[in-house]
Design a protein around this ligand. Structure first.
Ligand SMILES: CC(C)(COP(=O)(O)OP(=O)(O)OC[C@H]1O[C@@H](n2cnc3c(N)ncnc32)[C@H](O)[C@@H]1O)[C@@H](O)C(=O)NCCC(=O)NCCS
Ligand SMILES: Nc1ncnc2c1ncn2[C@@H]1O[C@H](COP(=O)(O)OP(=O)(O)OP(=O)(O)O)[C@@H](O)[C@H]1O
Length: 326
């Protein structure tokens, strides 16, 4: 299962992107929808909200009074934190249940407005951020949801900044233009990256190798490597604590082929063996023997095991070296 995290600020275009992914056959998990389900009438979630905020947060029909709740929590960070404490763990548990039901060959797109705020990025194979200028987002939400400008701005102020979203984005979709342009971007993303990534992941097959063309140093390389490292640490836990960005792309200003290199030293062959299936799940299947021999020789890392990213959009190799090996 390929897990994609989709996020963006209010009105950025997440639902539009998610719907297009669904047209391509993806399974969509909508966090806003689950957040409504876990506070529906009769749930423990709604009872906890009444305990915390009083029955003034209920409508005459006994439902959550969403406008009243929104007015309170987007003006008061402590109240918002209290609401989030009630709702987010329940949404997390429901998400896990829904994911467990998805077929093994699924592409799951998790539409989650607060992905950055809740530190969820490392749990996905790919993070897609959709963004638009703030004034455009305010206008769209005003027009389509009937919210006041002030109310939209209060939500924006309680969400992550663009810079925070940039830091986790493997894919950045710009939605300042027409909706048709956004849809074209999603189509290309599915065709060129998501489909082959899912297939590679399922088959335990690395992405195609890059040609060795040396290019200008890309100042984004360290940040890209950092995202891969956080993802691997998330999957492997303590065993991947020592993982590092190495090689030419890690040297500031140095031109290099567009292949990120990571290295993980482990204490024993047994540890290396135990990591192989986890690395494959995290999107780093082992490279076949002949290719691995070449790559080890190129990188001067004799004795290392070589794993290569299954993502055709971000070539990366991981060398696992065993410290006690002669
Ligand atoms: C405060 C509530 C009752 C307002 O309901 P309302 O129908 O007006 O908005 P809705 O739930 O459709 O959310 C619309 C958008 O508001 C933003 N938003 C919602 N909750 C939050 C939050 N806690 N922090 C920041 N932004 C938020 C998101 O961009 C979301 O897409 C509701 O948003 C809520 O229960 N929020 C807490 C749960 C939550 O965090 N949901 C968002 C993702 S899990
Ligand atoms: N490029 C665009 N041009 C015009 N309208 C757009 C564009 N993209 C999205 N919209 C409209 O703006 C509104 C917000 O878009 P969408 O629902 O996709 O965003 P969202 O990020 O899911 O929003 P929310 O955070 O409110 O759930 C929708 O009514 C959508 O139809």
């Amino acid at each position: 299962m390929l897990r994609i995290g989709l996020t963006g600020g209010i009105g950025a275009g997440k639902s539009t992107v998610a719907r297009r992914f669904a047209d391509h056959g993806a399974v969509i998990v909508d966090a806003d929808r689950l957040a409504r389900e876990v506070v529906a009438p009769g749930t423990a979630g709604l009872a906890e909200i009444v305990d915390a905020f009083g029955s003034r947060m209920l409508t005459d029909d006994g439902e959550l009074d969403r406008p009243a709740m929104g007015e309170l929590v987007f003006a008061d960070p402590a109240a918002r934190a209290r609401l989030n404490e009630i709702v987010h763990p329940k949404v997390g548990a429901r998400t896990a249940e829904v994911l467990a039901e998805a077929p093994a060959d699924a592409v799951v797109v998790h539409d989650v407005p607060l992905l950055v705020e809740n530190g969820l990025a490392p749990g996905y194979h790919l993070v897609v951020v959709v963004d638009a200028d703030e004034a455009i987002r305010v206008e769209r939400v005003r027009r389509t949801r009937g919210m006041t400008e002030e109310a939209v701005r209060a939500r924006i102020a309680s969400q992550a900044s663009r810079a925070d979203r940039r830091a986790v984005a493997d894919v950045w979709l710009d939605n300042d233009g027409a909706q048709a342009e956004l849809i074209t971007l999603v189509d290309a993303l599915c065709r060129d990256r998501v489909r082959p990534f899912e297939e590679n992941l399922r088959l335990g097959r690395p992405a195609q190798s890059v040609d060795g063309t040396v290019r200008e140093h890309d100042p984004e390389w360290p940040a890209q490597a950092g995202r891969l490292i956080r993802r691997l640490r998330h999957e492997l836990g303590e065993r991947a604590a020592a993982i590092e960005h190495v090689g030419a792309t890690a040297e500031p200003g140095r031109p290099a082929p567009d292949l990120l290199e990571l290295e993980l030293a482990v204490p024993s062959v047994e540890t290396a063996d135990s990591l192989t299936p986890l690395l494959a799940q995290a999107g780093f299947p082992p490279l076949a023997d002949a290719a691995a021999r070449h790559q080890r020789a190129d990188a001067g890392r004799q004795g290392a095991r070589v794993f290569r990213s299954a993502d055709p959009g971000r070539p990366a190799d991981l060398y696992v070296t065993v410290a006690d090996r002669p």
